[in-house]
Design a protein around this ligand. Structure first.
Ligand SMILES: *Cc1c(COP(=O)(O)O)cnc(C)c1O
Length: 422
């Protein structure tokens, strides 16, 4: 018996996807223009920092004067348009990067205000909205929480946010990406408009953007006091093996560095015996990899829309993240879709993803990710909390060819199971 899981694609499905692809060409051209501009920005940054082979070397111990570590942080300043940055393999995930910012800036008695509705699922336990007591959530440290929901059309309720900004509010959190929600991503323009209005009311408050999945989807990044994200998503380009980043105003990034290591030490220590080359190469590739992922998302949006499903965003809508939501309305279809994506992977194609109780999430989650870097969602992956209306969140693809192939594979599998007819 063959080990190959990739289904043969019937001519009818290939033609259907050809047609969807033709509809996407204008949207693709816009994505490629962003890719070119961001590639130029990154190469300028590398030249500015005079990057050479010596920056890639492994380091050990305290890592005093680790030039690979420090130049990498400088590159992120250029890429993110910020005065300071902290980029580390030791930041274990996006949640860790976000939590470092909150613990670094907030103090007992302060209030965290979430201005874009409910934050990403894993932040609930950090804030103390759910989870077991005794883990040291913000709430246990006497840090309060307030939330202003997005308006009906998915935009920020700016009046509501300004009204909620009492003097104890010391940090305002904005999530750029849709996360696991049926809502639009926030555009850089809108985020910057909100930040400007918040700062007009209080110059002191720290406005932080959860930038996960948003990096390099636009010509520039939000002008926040703090930006945070994961290196196994967009800015790692599919090459970085682990890590996270924080970028922003120096006075805030310094506070986060003191939380990352310890007071008095901050960003001065930290080595990496694995060597920094994949982080540099990943940042160089990131604008391209993100473009591949966004084009794959656009094609999936068009194809599933033509197949009669609701999708968010539409193929020709502006995008501020790499995520494509597809609404299946049925747990069986949702699970079959995720399993089909897995079956089209280069790695772990034989694994059959099933719903499970993932730490940090409140519902069972199914995750398809046949990835080179374990769990990297800049690589083609599909996640879904098992709750109505059974929405799959598709993201990533290191190459558009793979994104398209997996889409064809998923459509084929669903058609064979009688779950869709074209
Ligand atoms: C992925 C993600 C996170 C959390 O990152 P992890 O690396 O999974 O911990 C937070 N916010 C958003 C919007 C994300 O997409």
């Amino acid at each position: 018996m063959s080990n190959v899981k990739l289904p043969e694609i019937p001519e009818k499905i290939a033609q259907f996807v050809d047609r969807a692809e033709r509809d996407c060409l204008e949207a693709f051209a816009r994505v490629e223009a962003v890719e070119r501009a961001n590639t130029r920005k990154i190469i300028r940054a590398f030249q500015q920092e005079r990057v050479s082979g010596r920056h890639f070397a492994p380091t050990t111990g305290y890592g005093y004067d680790d030039i690979g570590r420090d130049a990498l942080s400088n590159l992120f300043c250029h890429a993110m348009g910020t005065e300071s940055a902290l980029v580390r393999p030791q930041i274990a995930s996006g949640t860790h990067a976000l939590a470092l910012c909150l613990y670094g800036v907030l103090r007992p008695g302060d209030i965290l205000l979430s201005a874009a509705g409910k934050p990403y699922d894993t932040m609930e336990e950090v804030i103390g909205l759910s989870g077991e007591a005794g883990q040291g959530s913000l709430r246990e440290f006497g840090i309060g929480y307030r939330q202003v929901d997005l308006l009906e059309d998915g935009s920020v309720d700016l009046e509501g946010v300004l009204r909620a900004m009492t003097p104890e509010v010391k940090l305002v959190l904005l999530q750029r990406s849709r996360g696991y929600d049926w809502r639009p991503s926030l555009s850089v323009r809108e985020i910057d408009r909100v930040i400007a209005a918040i700062h007009e009311k209080s110059a002191e408050v720290c406005v932080m953007v959860d930038n996960c999945y948003g990096e390099f989807t636009d010509l520039r990044e939000p002008q926040a006091d703090l930006l945070a994200g994961s290196l196994i998503k967009n800015p790692g380009g599919g090459i970085a093996p682990t890590g996270g980043y924080i970028a922003g105003k120096k006075r805030f990034v310094d506070k986060v560095a003191f939380r990352l290591t310890s007071p008095g030490i901050g960003a001065e220590v930290g080595s990496y015996a694995g060597g920094y080359q994949p982080f540099y190469q990943g940042l160089f590739l990131a604008p391209h990899t993100v473009a591949q992922a966004v084009k794959s998302a656009i094609l999936a949006a068009r194809a599933f829309e033509l197949a009669g499903f609701q999708v968010h965003p539409n193929f020709d809508s502006p995008r501020g993240d790499i995520i494509q939501a597809i609404r299946f309305e049925d747990p069986e279809k949702l699970i079959a879709f995720c399993q089909a994506i897995q079956a089209c992977s280069p790695v772990d194609a034989e694994a059959l993803p099933l719903p499970w109780d993932m730490p940090g999430y409140q519902h069972q989650v199914i995750m398809a990710a046949g990835t080179f870097v374990a769990g990297a969602s800049i690589e083609l992956s599909a996640d879904a909390p098992i709750r109505p209306p059974y929405i799959a969140y598709l993201q990533g693809a290191l190459t558009y060819a793979h994104g398209r192939m997996a889409l064809e594979g998923a459509l084929t599998t669903l058609a064979q199971k009688g779950m869709l007819s074209l």
